[in-house]
Design a protein around this ligand. Sequence first.
Ligand code: HEC
Ligand code: HEC
Length: 357
Amino acid sequence: MKKSLASSAVFSLALLAGSVSAFALTVQEQMGRHLYMDKDLSWNSTQSCSTCHHRSAGFADPTNSRDPENTMVSLGDDGVSLGGRNAPSSAYAGYSPILAQDENGEWIGGMFWDGRMTGDVLGDPLAEQAQGPPLNPVEMNMPDEASVVARVAEAPYAHLFIENYGVEFFDDPLAAFDEIARLIAAYERSEELNPFNSRFDRDELTAQEIDGFTAFQKAQCDACHSLTPPATAPGPLFTTYGYANIGVPVNEKLIGVEGGHYAPPDLGLGYVVEGEDGKFKIPTLRNIAETAPYSHNGYFATLEEMVRFHVDRGALEPEVATNMVDPVTVELTDQELADIVAFLYALSDGGMKQKGR
Ligand code: HEC
Ligand code: HEC
């Protein structure tokens, strides 16, 4: 890769029908957006990143959010395979740092529910993550890096790569595959996925939502779904990007399903770090009303059920019984629980196709 991309580069984009962003994106972000939307990066040209992380579903899987009682995992490009986990939002994910231990020995950062894209390879967990789906047989199902790069070389937007990197870009498939991942990550970090313009950000909460925000803090939800933004973010991310085992049960509905890849117990962070069985990445709560179902295996179809479970686990058996945190111990009335759910609806970004209440 000889010619590097000048960040100030101005270029005229041959805009493809329907591919225009409502946000002012940099050249890199625009290129990443083309890649993110390109179904030809899957073997049968049936799915792009956007298929499973679509803006209409808070950048999670719209097929799942339309029918969260029955559809909790995503269908692969082969039309048969079903993944083993609920697709999280790709929005606001870029703030997750490289997986490392904090001063208390707790693991923070990385990508995926289990942190396995640590960021150690490319120095950026988000870029590293973007290299997973194209080559994953139960997702986009491409045979190797070179075939992904070959599809980009044939794409209607390939000229952008030639203009910005030179034709030699396509000569070194492994280097090109790394750069493609970095461009996708640049788009995922753009304002389009991180607008920070929910009613919470705009200070437009209703009286009930304000009560909900108060109850959210009273219940110390923010111990994990943090209200303290990292230095690089203009507002809270509602996650520390840490890990916890809150005792989510096995999702029986995913067992024995044709094409299914769910094989409980799912050990989460335990696959990546010894002794951490059962812990899963604490999800952001931004756009949470759009991204049903909830938790790593989609056990909870509604926000009401998910929030209530945090307070009262009832008689449900955990999928993994080690490393469990105690449930939220603060007494909450039914009204306060309803208020918290109302508050969570106010975390949907403006411009998102919002679900009514
Ligand atoms: C077939 C559906 C599907 C496709 C296609 C897909 N993803 Fe995902 N994505 C998932 C699932 C499921 C997970 C969670 C997997 C896990 O944790 O093991 C995930 C996780 C992620 C995460 C991690 C978020 C976090 O907070 O840890 C990001 C970011 C992401 N995907 C971006 C992408 C990008 C970029 C592409 C295209 C290159 C893509 N995805 C393609 C289903 C999909
Ligand atoms: C000890 C840390 C912790 C506390 C405290 C906590 N959560 Fe969570 N929360 C998590 C983890 C971890 C998950 C994902 C668990 C899994 O998938 O196994 C989660 C999941 C969620 C989800 C679903 C997110 C998604 O994308 O599927 C919502 C909504 C949520 N929490 C809201 C709350 C609320 C409201 C409170 C306070 C009543 C709260 N949480 C307290 C750690 C915590």
